[in-house]
Design a protein around this ligand. Structure first.
Ligand SMILES: [Zn+2]
Length: 102
């Protein structure tokens, strides 16, 4: 029968694609123990100073992450560039963070 003849060849195995760029390593989060200790500084007289910027959108207690060239709030997605004197470069939309009930 002719139908059987058509099945003989079968589908050819596809040639493996050769990648030109090396595989990207996925980003792994490194846990920094007691990271909050770096957020505050206590001097000899017992005064507490804050070392990091606080997000003016999220309020007190929400610190902004310090990157090479910018500060970023992980809660609301707000970002400031370092060079342009805290100029806002907030993303459009961003995450819809819950507003802190204070
Ligand atoms: Zn924020």
């Amino acid at each position: 029968m002719e139908v059987l003849l058509g099945l003989l060849g079968g589908a050819k195995k596809k040639k493996k694609k050769a990648f030109t760029t090396p595989k990207k390593k996925p980003h792994h989060h490194k846990n920094v123990k007691l990271a909050t200790l770096k957020y505050y500084k206590v001097d000899a007289s017992g005064k507490v100073e804050k070392n990091k910027f606080e997000c003016d959108n999220c309020g007190v207690g929400t610190f902004m992450a310090e990157h090479q060239n910018r500060y970023h709030c992980g809660k609301c997605g707000r970002a400031f560039t370092k060079q342009a004197g805290a100029k806002e470069t907030s993303k459009k939309g961003g995450k819809k963070g819950k507003k802190a009930a204070q």
